[in-house]
Unconditional design. Sequence first.
Length: 352
Amino acid sequence: MRQTYNTLTQDPFCSSNPSVNNIVKITVAVLVPHIAMLFITRSYHSLILIVCSIAAAQLAQIGSAFIKKTKDFFSWATFLQALLIGMFVPANYSAAVVFFTVLCILFLQKMIFGTFAQFWANTVIVTAAVLYLLNPALFPAFLLPHEYFNYTNAGSRLFSEGILQSVRFDAALTDFFNDVFHSWGISLPEGYISLLWDSGSPVPAFRFNVLTLVSSLVLVSYKGADAIVSYVFLFVYGMAVRLFSLYPYGGILGGGDVLLAFCTGGTLFTAFFILGWFGTTPLTAAGKCVYGVTGGLLMFFICGSGTSSAGVLFTVIILNILSPAMQYIEDVLYGIRLNKILIREGIKRGGQ
């Protein structure tokens, strides 16, 4: 179909991918339901911490703009960083400490690096890790005692013994899904609907897994999340948990609780909102697969079967440290391939 254009611009090309600014706005938009759920569940202290994080980030943005004599007094990217930082802070953390930590780290980031995208570090995770190191006691402890690893459905024991609380409609929905999938031999234990709906963690990023899954569909559809990195990471981590998580405790291969691993410790949230952060991932499909596989294996060795509150932070930090080496190897291999193509083309032209 022939199209008619009524305007003439100096930019003859357009990109099929959304701009960074649009991706940031889409990501902020899909986080709004998470914020709404914090209101609905009356998690007011978590909301206060998120507001403190945003206020500190905005102050850092204004301060750096004054010093650099620019007019960049507001940035959606900075707003998103602050929002994500607030999502990784436990509800019982000091608001003053959160404010000054976010202010210092983001201000230094803007003054030293000048951009929110560094290929070797994710400022959101670095800030959350600093808050963890300042007061690790405020972050929730491992929910799984060692003796639970002898059971294939460790999550069910957490609910039966009252360590995790079920939502009111858990039993009804579990019975409904079991009736639907009974003919396929699929059975869902009680408690997992609660993990998907609201895990009850003091860390907001760990709570609303259903919303995270719905948000991931939007992000992947609009290329706001790196689908290759996210899915490869989840596949590798899930397979490792399923096959090997029980082996050290009873020599059992298989039977690991993948749902528990995905729905605790911020696994899903990190996979779609953090791992594909701007500048931290390789550019080629092969490089992204290597990045995702490495992340999944690191996640398994650090977090095991899940329920860790800080393991995901250090997984991402180590992965980001390894990322420059992956990108360098990627560039070298691309250069070798390009040289081969040029040599081949040169021989063909010489023969002509």
